[in-house]
Design a protein around this ligand. Sequence first.
Ligand SMILES: [Fe+2]
Length: 273
Amino acid sequence: MNESLTHNVTEAFGACADARTKEIVTALVRHLHAFAREVNLTHDEWRQGIEFLTATGKKCDGIRQEFILLSDTLGLSIVLDDINQHHEEAATESSLLGPFYRDGVKESGFGANIAQSEGEPVFFHGAVRDATSGKPVANALIEVWQTAPNGMYEGQDPDQPEGNLRGRFRTNADGAYAFHSIKPTSYPIPTDGPVGQMLVATGRHPMRPAHIHFRIDAPGYAQLTTALYSADDPYVNSDAVFGVKPSLVIEYAPRENGYDVARDFTLIAKERA
Ligand SMILES: [Fe+2]
């Protein structure tokens, strides 16, 4: 094994003027070389690897982004999430934004119902608080989105009414929020491309456990992107994109005509972010 090969390649980037670019590209070279050496990669295997990456690129268009799916299914997206989140114990943990967030949803009042689909009713409520002081955060913007019982988001499914199962709310003076919806459903990530083939070839399933996405913005606080995962979902311990964190798993408590979910969120002030 000739270690000077790797040294020669990283040295070739010696003149790179941007220090961060140089750091990233030379680390990438070192890890790529180490990977090939660790598995004794053959020419034929790397040709297959290049074919896979080529197919992944060809699957991408204005809507479909197969490389994000690859990043998600290899766990790289959640590693980035982990690197970049605020590891303050009292703060709500983050989770993946995913591809189905949509801007421009109209704002609803306290306690509104965001479901225009039939399903098991759920009342979601709680408060947004400062992670350090515990004080309520008034006028925080809460955006939520989730799947319908057929496992599809509005936007994927022409049969769902515009804005179905998407909500945009403001917390009141007590930091409280409340809305009605239905229980979210597990769904498969797209399997009709190279990433789907990779999952099949490696004996993995494509399912994400049922969850509801939250994005919370408040003046003076770092934005929180997270999701709440259903404890009773069969895929809660095997999320295809590794987004589940124990602190984000919730129980749906039975109540009259449905379920109740009480959940607070805690934000990190910007100066500490
Ligand atoms: Fe999702």
